[in-house]
Design a protein around this ligand. Structure first.
Ligand code: MGP
Length: 225
């Protein structure tokens, strides 16, 4: 697991300038031919997984699946920040839109083989949260995913989704197996801590099967932390 402080530092790090490259021709004449440049300065920092960012735009004339578009894939820290800095913040998206970040090979939908027996830790946000918390919660969620923050249980993570909705935005972390109690509760505890959610506020985990077949507006929680 790459510590989150590293991921953040790499967001702002200036490229290292080789001191020799600033010297005049005269100076160069005194130098030896070989320069040792640390690979740190030119090799991008690989992530453990390749990730895909998806965008959903609610066009009611199309099916749900047809509204889902793959934006881009990345597998290095630098390419993550390049993409993140290039796109709109979640709080600027139109109502009805989603971003999803999923491991390469997993589609951000219930039907995918890795999701169909899975579920999600769900954060439901109110309207004030959009201004103060939505973007930082979503960025922290992305860093948890790409930094494999959930220790031995990170393999069970499929991705995460942010839904921008007039009735209240949502952020969720999707995992692959809703029966894996140990994995799910570990992921939930770490996630809550990373987001700085106070102990007295609980978050719930729901299976996609329950969400997909719900009749009312709420889905029962399988787990809470
Ligand atoms: P939503 O976008 O997850 O939440 O699901 P929203 O808009 O807040 O609605 P609510 O029902 O949670 O209040 C909205 C609808 O999109 C669902 O009822 C499904 O019709 C469709 N949908 C959402 N997801 C995540 C899927 C999916 O994975 N597969 C399919 N086939 N439809 C989905």
């Amino acid at each position: 697991m790459r510590p989150v402080s590293d991921l953040r530092k790499m967001a702002t790090a200036e490229p290292e300038i080789n001191s020799n490259s600033c010297k005049s021709e005269e100076d160069n004449s005194e130098q030896t031919d070989l320069e040792i440049v640390s690979p740190e300065s030119y090799i991008k920092h690989p992530l453990q997984n390749r990730w895909c960012l998806w965008f959903f735009k609610n066009d009611k004339s199309k099916t749900w699946q047809a509204n889902l578009r793959l934006i881009s894939k990345f597998d290095t820290v630098e390419d993550f920040w390049a993409l993140y800095n290039h796109i709109q913040l979640s709080s600027n998206l139109m109502s009805g839109c989603d971003y999803s970040l999923f491991k390469d090979g997993i589609e951000p939908m219930w039907e995918d083989e890795r999701n169909k027996r899975g579920g999600r830790w769900l954060l439901t946000l109110n309207k004030q949260h959009r201004k103060y918390d939505l973007d930082r919660f979503w960025l922290e969620t992305l860093l948890c995913l790409i930094g494999e923050a959930f220790d031995d249980y990170s393999d069970g993570v499929c991705g995460a989704v942010v839904n921008i909705r007039a009735k209240g935005d949502k952020i969720a972390v999707w995992t692959t197996d809703y029966e894996n109690r140990d994995g799910i509760t570990h992921i939930g505890r770490v996630y809550k801590e990373r987001l700085g959610i106070p102990m007295n506020i609980t978050i719930g985990y729901q299976s996609h099967a329950d969400t997909a077949t719900k009749s009312g507006s709420t889905t029962k929680n399988r787990f809470v932390v």
